[in-house]
Design a protein around this ligand. Structure first.
Ligand code: FES
Length: 107
């Protein structure tokens, strides 16, 4: 388990226990993070799991695949260089204590 910090658009933080090997969307939804929906269940088909990785997290996360970049075009909130589909980012032990920023809304 590692600690992941979810920070909402207002700056409120929630620290959750995340299992190595799970993805960010699953971890957020299982911990009641309302800003992450995960409508398609993690198939990279909905973009309702859009999150912004902190720079240090973005540096160690698996690179974005083309399908993810395409699906992010459908995200409701602004897409930045740090935007990812939470379902496509696997949690690793190196992510201990890192921050995931949440968009204001997924709709
Ligand atoms: S849960 Fe649908 S794209 Fe991630």
């Amino acid at each position: 388990m590692v600690k992941l910090i979810f920070e909402n658009a207002q700056g409120s933080r929630q620290i959750v226990d995340a299992r190595v090997g799970d993805n960010i969307m699953f971890t957020a939804v299982s911990n009641g993070i309302a800003e992450v929906v995960g409508e398609c269940g993690g198939a990279a088909m909905c973009a309702t799991c859009h999150v912004y990785l902190s720079p240090e997290l973005a540096e160690i996360a698996d690179p974005k695949q083309e399908i993810e970049t395409e699906m992010l075009d459908c995200a409701a909130a602004e897409v930045t260089d740090f935007s990812r589909l939470g379902c496509q980012v696997q949690i690793t032990a190196e992510m201990e204590g890192m921050v995931v920023h949440l968009p204001e809304s997924q709709v």
